[in-house]
Design a protein around this ligand. Structure first.
Ligand SMILES: *[C@@H]1O[C@H](CO)[C@@H](O)[C@H](O)[C@H]1NC(C)=O
Ligand SMILES: *[C@@H]1O[C@H](CO)[C@@H](O)[C@H](O)[C@H]1NC(C)=O
Ligand SMILES: *[C@@H]1O[C@H](CO)[C@@H](O)[C@H](O)[C@H]1NC(C)=O
Ligand SMILES: *[C@@H]1O[C@H](CO)[C@@H](O)[C@H](O)[C@H]1NC(C)=O
Ligand SMILES: *[C@@H]1O[C@H](CO)[C@@H](O)[C@H](O)[C@H]1NC(C)=O
Length: 395
């Protein structure tokens, strides 16, 4: 159910890639330097704030948010189902999609199973619809994440969330239609216990995992998709078949943000917990040189790339390629980002400077839903919706 779309997506990527390989360069531009505070044609608005009360039973935590976003959620769920059922009909799947997804939902671990059920009940859709929605975030997220350290050792973390690849190119609007719909679902979340913040995140309403978050004074965390053919989505099939010893990636990040109390502990859990699919975790701590990219296979950390400011490594950049390999020529967001960081220089690094880097095409592209800036010592997170006016790279 899941591998089919991925393989088709890979095939489509190759074809599209060939088509745009010559067209890529014109999308590149000089490093932006005056984009912050956000305004102008690349800025599409801020996002609403919600408190998620962890003292409530899981089934009640997301009800208010789900009710406020019911219409937008249903629109995206409909779009995702059209795409999934197209792939499934082209495959050899016998059971109906709804029953597979509902059953998959019942196999998810606590408290995520209860939270997803609570959302489905609140907006009155089948459980499987909300499960599909949550699985999609685990699979279709391409991104750019950066951690940079200033001369005083202070750490800044930022990410573009690029989402919706192959989920319907809208010719009239020259945009990915799912990417546009998803912008209306972005929310800023404050997870609380005893009326106190435990951590904050920027999420799509309806998703109970975490792709970007900050725990004040302790760590910041983002997750980027890792497209790997060695073992890619086998984990999800194994899960379907009953071999359930791997974690969903976004559930692990949520658990780490909720329950880890140090950078080292977060790093250890993210590096060593068995997963259902490969991924990159980008974590920053609260002290000089506490920042790294963990390249994960399902079972192990293949590589951990650490900051090392005294040896000149004052930033790390992760897109969707292994740090020790060249990115795909037609999808190189890493070098443009590095080039702009080099031009900025360590002396001038700040959250606004990172916003500028993330506003430079093709780091900013047609898939970019939002830019999130994270600062650990204040526990600060700010998120802006983005738009990439033509001419702009499709990804
Ligand atoms: C595309 O543009 C049309 C007309 O401008 C608008 O009605 C429609 O909602 C847009 N679609 C998306 C997905 O933004
Ligand atoms: C949180 O605050 C509300 C009102 O401000 C209060 O009614 C509630 O008891 C508090 N909850 C906890 C767990 O302290
Ligand atoms: C995080 O770093 C700031 C600035 O260096 C410091 O004031 C604060 O005490 C640190 N917080 C923790 C929990 O270590
Ligand atoms: C965090 O730990 C608490 C206490 O053990 C547990 O109840 C909670 O479910 C954990 N959170 C997650 C997301 O697993
Ligand atoms: C950025 O600077 C680093 C360190 O000097 C260098 O290794 C790297 O090639 C530069 N990258 C780009 C894209 O300018």
């Amino acid at each position: 159910m899941v591998r089919a779309p991925v393989l088709v997506a890979v095939a489509a990527a190759t074809l599209l890639a060939a088509a745009v390989v010559r067209a890529r360069d014109p999308y590149a531009e000089d490093c932006k330097i005056h984009e912050y505070p956000p305004a102008g044609p690349t800025y599409k608005g801020t996002i609403p704030d919600y408190i998620i009360n962890l003292d409530l039973p899981p089934s009640k935590r997301w009800v208010q948010l789900a009710l406020d976003k019911t219409a937008e959620l249903k629109t995206v769920i409909k779009a995702i189902k059209v795409i999934v059922s197209t792939f499934i009909h082209s495959g050899k799947f016998m059971a109906s999609l709804d029953s597979i997804l509902a059953w998959l939902g019942s196999t998810l671990p606590y408290p995520f199973n209860e939270e997803i059920k609570g959302i489905a009940t609140a907006i009155d859709v089948p459980l499987g619809d909300v499960v599909a929605f949550n699985i999609f975030y685990e699979i279709f997220t391409v991104c750019t994440s950066i951690i940079a350290e200033d001369k005083t050792g202070k750490l800044y973390h930022a990410r573009n969330l690029d989402f919706g690849l192959f989920l319907g190119w809208d010719i009239r609007n020259s945009s990915w239609s799912t990417t546009q719909k998803l912008k209306r679902l972005m929310v800023s979340l404050d997870f609380q216990k005893n009326n106190k913040t435990v951590f904050k995140s920027a999420n799509f309403a309806g998703y109970v995992g975490v792709i970007s978050g900050v725990k004040q004074g302790i760590f910041t965390l983002t997750m980027n998709e890792r497209f790997s053919l060695d073992g890619g989505y086998i984990g999800i099939f194994e899960w379907l078949l009953g071999k359930r010893d791997g974690w969903w990636m976004g559930f692990l990040t949520r658990t780490v943000l909720e329950n880890s109390t140090s950078y080292e502990d977060a790093k250890d859990k993210l590096a060593n917990t068995k997963l259902l699919a490969p991924v990159y975790f980008i974590i920053g701590g609260n002290k000089t040189d506490e920042g790294c990219i963990i390249t994960r296979s399902r079972t192990a950390a293949l590589d951990i790339k650490n900051l090392d400011a005294k040896n000149g490594i004052w930033y790390v950049v992760e897109t969707n390629y292994d740090p020790w390999k060249h990115p795909l020529v037609i999808d190189d967001r890493r070098h443009p980002a590095m080039n702009c960081l080099n031009q900025t220089k360590q002396e001038k690094i700040s959250l606004p400077a990172l916003y500028n880097v993330l506003s430079t095409k093709p780091v900013l592209n047609k898939l970019t839903v939002s830019t999130t800036l994270l600062e650990v010592s204040e526990g600060h997170i700010e998120t802006y919706l983005r738009e990439c006016p033509d001419p702009c790279s499709p990804w």
